[in-house]
Design a protein around this ligand. Structure first.
Ligand code: NI
Length: 162
């Protein structure tokens, strides 16, 4: 069972890499980037960044079986936020809350506690949720990287590992 905690820590470390490099990307946002929307059917840059900053916190609610209304309430928390520094801090706080929950679980809870999202038919164990959150965060980090690059930022992929 102790092995489960090692895997938990590897997943948390990788999530932290996404958060740390995500903070760096958010801090690169300039005032003129705020109106950027690649296409009509895609999120604007502010919509993307606000969602990205809340990914761990939102997933934490979802994996604890919060109702849609509660998730929407959190989703709206940064609706007015335009300061990259505060958005980067929000991402970090979001991760800290998530991590506190994950490390509070026993190995048995991690592997066997099964919860169901309000939108899903099937449930997932907590370790499965950890994998889900990791891919969710990296999905939006890569979107943000592309948005900034498409909007003229000089970025090198090595920054995604620093
Ligand atoms: Ni998402």
């Amino acid at each position: 069972m102790r092995e489960a905690l090692r895997i938990r820590d590897h997943l948390l470390d990788e999530l932290e890499t996404g958060v740390r490099t995500g903070e760096t990307l958010i801090r690169r946002i300039r005032a003129e980037d705020w109106t950027y929307r690649p296409q009509d059917n895609m999120r604007s840059l502010p919509e993307l960044v606000r969602h990205f900053a809340l990914v761990p916190r939102l997933d934490l609610e979802v994996m604890q079986e919060a109702a849609l209304e509660r998730v929407q309430e959190i989703e709206a928390a940064l609706d007015e936020e335009t300061d990259p520094e505060r958005l980067a801090s929000a991402l970090r706080e979001s991760f800290d809350l998530y991590k506190a929950y994950i490390v509070s679980l026993t190995p048995e809870e991690l592997l066997d506690r099964s919860t169901r999202a309000f939108y899903a038919e099937d449930s997932h164990t907590q370790i499965q949720w950890q994998i889900e959150t990791l891919t969710h965060l990296f999905h939006h980090r890569s979107q943000l990287y592309n948005y900034l690059k498409q909007h003229g930022h000089e970025l090198h992929f090595s920054m995604l590992y620093m």
